[in-house]
Design a protein around this ligand. Structure first.
Ligand code: ADP
Ligand code: MG
Length: 698
């Protein structure tokens, strides 16, 4: 039996440990930094470093590492030991405030979108005291931000922290107008639900495609997929259950509130949901969760697949980003509440989110755009590529009432009350039924559902915080100058609902009708990554980021390039892997099979010319034709891949080339490969089948 309270957070240098181990004034100073973002004195850092080191050594650590999140989307770490030579030739274990606060790292080996080329290759990591340090594998992990020598950000944490500050600053302006002067900080919270697949390690090891690219590039569909819908919430199998138990224990030790686990729709697919926390910590914890899942799966003889679409024809994996805003006084700003005067405040924040999502559909779409996620969005298993919002029937009725009531302005209060009184409690089960919506209101939070399973949640939250901050600042500008705050506020709410009503859609997002309807409404449908990413550097987006102090223009352009390059690289690796599989494994296997089939025909005929060989001949003919096609398509893919280098000078053109030429050549090759797999004897096929993989864990 695990005693959860006694192990929870034992590997984390958290509040409790700080309180116990730091002198009171040091603790207070550190707390002020954590809560209000005040800068930290080096003397304080020295004391904290000493305490951290002592604590870490007691936990068996010999090393420390600045743990950061470069633009690769995963985390990076470089370990230094606490070891320092003493004058007598001995060693002491040392860790200074300086070493805690700042580290140096070579920035040139991380993606930087051209920033490095023009400046020094040096990069710095800076301690983020708002996310707790922790111990793992005999090292003390210190969450840090990563930037270039000249101060451009090279990571995903810095802009996230900036966006959290931006949304706090602007929300505070609004709250002040509501007389809430005691609020000093507004926090964006996130709970990230994580989907994943588990397959047997032996199967995984035999699949080059899974090993090199995370998804199957060949593979005929299994005779049984998810059509019986018998896996969702089904009983959890023993091996999986053992994995989940150990995963929970490990996550709890790391202070991660892993709470819910269940089977997902596809066979072998599962989900983990943590309890929400601040966006910054949620982002670090989601990275740790993904890492831990992989490590523990390996220990249990399995492989954890985090790719968005490991198997064709079977649902892929995503991540649901549950987002809300709360005050340091404990108020959730997205909670509808019952009292009308509080609801005006809620409706104003709701209006801000609606306007933000409508005006910046492109940025939300960009924030989830990856080669992997392109296989899911719009494929009737995940939200469509069109961004829209779902409010639920009750809340939409309130919005409609406000929009349609012509006399709202003059009798605002009375009519407002009617609208609000009819507003029932937003229970989850009546607001969360629409699983097809990319952005759904779920009672007291918004659930952004378009995220791919493997991405860092930082980018979606940077976008979300920034666009909401920007709208809140416009609202604050208007309302701060209003003669009558209350009526101005109501006017603004009504006006905003009216202007942005088009983004609200409560229907089925999987249908063709919606695609047409969305077009009529003028909503964007950015179908794939290159199409979405090209809007990243639109003038209005660069201005938005500059205005809110998130990125400078160089930084936006750098990110745009990195994301496009990543898209092209992913497809290039997939194409290379396919060619390798086609030439080295599949072609020889089918050739051998057909050769032996031919030999069988000869052997049979040798016995007697009356023995029928029609079946073998038919199969031989079919397989030989397919093999010819397969060889030609392999050549074609190779040619397409070779031509790609001609487009290298422009990252967008290159990405478009990969999308239009390389991906389509891959699809053609796969279709023939899968046909051969279907028609050929299992014994000859060089890879485990979909059935083998999807039902490998019992
Ligand atoms: P469902 O499973 O129906 O999507 P849950 O209530 O189980 O909804 O919540 C899913 C996720 O949302 C969990 O990670 C949870 O911690 C998170 N969550 C709940 N309330 C909030 C909130 N106010 N802000 C952010 N995330 C939240
Ligand atoms: Mg959910």
């Amino acid at each position: 039996m695990i005693d959860v309270p006694s192990i929870f957070g034992i590997d984390v240098f958290n509040e409790q440990v700080m309180k116990e181990r730091l002198p009171k004034d040091t603790y207070e100073a550190l707390k002020a930094t954590i809560v209000n973002g005040e800068s930290l004195d080096i003397n304080v850092a020295n004391i904290v470093a000493e305490a951290m080191k002592e604590w870490a050594i007691e936990k068996g650590c010999t090393h420390y590492t600045h743990w950061f999140q470069p633009m690769t989307g995963i985390t990076a770490e470089k370990h230094d030991s606490f070891l320092t030579p003493d004058k007598d030739g001995k060693v002491i274990m040392e860790f200074s405030g300086k070493a805690l606060a700042k580290g140096e790292s070579d920035a040139s080996s991380f993606p930087n979108g051209g920033i490095r080329a023009t400046f020094e290759a040096r990069g710095y990591t800076a301690w983020d005291p708002t996310s707790y340090a922790f111990v793992k594998d005999s090292s003390l992990y210190i969450p840090t931000a990563f930037m270039s020598y000249t101060g451009e950000v090279l990571d995903k944490k810095t802009p996230l922290l900036r966006s959290m500050d931006a949304v706090s600053t602007q929300a505070l302006r609004i709250l002040k107008l509501f007389g809430k002067n005691d609020v000093t900080r507004v926090t964006a919270n996130v709970g990230a639900e994580q989907e994943y697949f588990l397959i047997d390690r032996k199967m995984y090891d035999k699949r080059k495609d899974l090993k090199y690219t995370g998804r199957t590039l060949f593979g005929a569909r299994a005779t049984k997929g998810q059509e019986l819908e018998d896996h969702y919430f089904g009983a959890i199998k023993n091996r999986v259950s053992a994995f989940m138990k150990e995963l929970d224990e490990q996550l709890w030790k790391l202070g991660i509130y892993s709470k819910t686990k269940h089977n997902e729709v596809a066979p072998s697919q599962h989900e983990l949901a943590p309890v929400f926390t601040t966006t910054n910590i949620a982002t670090d914890q989601n990275q740790l969760t993904m890492e831990t899942m992989k490590t523990i799966a390996r220990k249990h003889g399995m492989s954890c697949l985090l790719h968005e679409k490991p198997f064709a024809d079977v649902n892929g994996s995503g991540k649901h980003n549950n987002w809300s805003l709360s005050t340091n006084t404990g108020e959730n700003l997205l909670k509808p509440g019952k009292k009308p005067e509080e609801n005006i405040q809620f409706l104003l924040f709701l209006a801000a989110v609606i306007k933000a999502v409508d005006e910046h559909q492109d940025l939300l779409r960009i924030s989830v755009a990856t080669a992997g996620n392109d296989h899911r969005l719009g494929s009737s298993e995940a939200p469509p590529a069109i961004i829209s919002m779902y409010l639920g029937d009750d809340l939409e009725a309130v919005v409609d009432a406000i929009i349609n009531n012509e006399e709202y302005e003059s009798h605002g209060r009375v009519l407002m009350r009617t609208g609000v009184e009819s507003m029932p409690d937003f229970k989850k089960d009546n607001s969360d039924r629409n699983r097809t919506s990319p952005f759904a209101f779920t009672g007291n939070k918004f659930e952004f559902r378009s995220l791919g399973s493997s991405i860092s949640i930082s980018c979606p939250n940077i976008m979300l915080n920034t666009i909401v901050a920007d709208v809140l600042s416009q609202f604050a500008d208007t309302l701060e100058n209003a003669e009558n705050f209350e009526s101005a506020c109501r006017r603004l709410i009504k006006h905003t609902f009216k202007e942005h009503k088009r983004i609200i859609f409560n229907g089925d997002g999987y249908t063709d009708e919606w695609v047409e309807e969305a077009k009529r409404r003028g909503l964007l449908n950015l179908k794939n990554t290159p199409e979405a990413l090209k809007h990243f550097i639109d003038k209005r987006n660069i201005e938005l980021f500059e205005r809110n102090h998130i990125y400078g223009e160089t930084e936006v352009r750098a990110r745009y390039e990195i994301l496009l390059e990543n898209y092209s690289k992913v497809i290039a690796i997939e194409a290379q892997t396919m060619i390798n599989m086609a030439k080295k494994d599949i072609f020889p296997a089918v050739s051998k099979f057909t050769g032996e089939l031919a030999q069988t025909i000869v052997n049979k005929k040798a016995v007697s010319e009356f023995i029928k060989t029609d079946a073998e001949e038919k199969l031989l003919k079919e397989m030989s034709e397919l093999l010819c096609k397969f060889a030609n398509l392999t050549d074609e893919l190779e040619e397409k891949l070779a031509i790609a280098k001609n487009y290298k000078s422009n990252p967008l053109t290159l990405a478009e080339y990969y999308r239009d030429y390389v991906l389509s050549a891959m699809n053609k090759l796969r279709a023939v490969g899968d046909k051969m797999e279907t028609d050929m004897s299992t014994e000859y096929w060089p890879y485990p089948s979909y059935g083998d993989m999807l039902y490998s864990v019992q």
